[in-house]
Design a binder for this molecule. Structure first.
Ligand SMILES: [Zn+2]
Length: 118
């Protein structure tokens, strides 16, 4: 009877295992242990990477470079934040003092020049 059970669990292959040795027992245990933590271990990393991208977006938005900020934050993390913070400003510049101003600004906040007249 034990011999038949061993033959059944071995997948009915050519050589049945010895009747006293339960061979398939140590195999499924590490599989169960591995299957549970692996997706949970990836989750905080994914959230951290996404958060890093969002921080880069927040930094880049002030310079009209939200997409670049997201990319740099996603790929390089805090290094990307520094890169986007030190990088070029894509906002329009004042005609008189060259300081970055908002797109629909009427007066330059730096030199108080009138920007409304073209
Ligand atoms: Zn100005």
């Amino acid at each position: 009877m034990l011999f038949l059970a061993g033959f059944f669990f071995s997948g009915c292959r050519s050589a049945p295992p010895p009747s006293h040795a339960p061979a398939p027992l140590p195999d499924p245990k590490p599989r169960v242990v591995r299957a549970i933590p692996r997706p949970l271990a990836v989750l905080p990393w994914g959230l951290a990477v996404l958060l890093s991208g969002l921080v880069g977006t927040a930094i880049g938005r002030n310079k009209r470079r939200a997409a670049a900020g997201f990319f740099f934050g996603l790929v390089a993390g805090p290094v990307g934040w520094v890169l986007i913070a030190a990088g070029p400003d894509f906002r329009p510049r004042c005609r008189f003092c060259r300081s970055p101003v908002e797109e629909d600004a009427v007066r330059c906040p730096q030199c108080a020049s009138d920007l409304a007249t073209t």
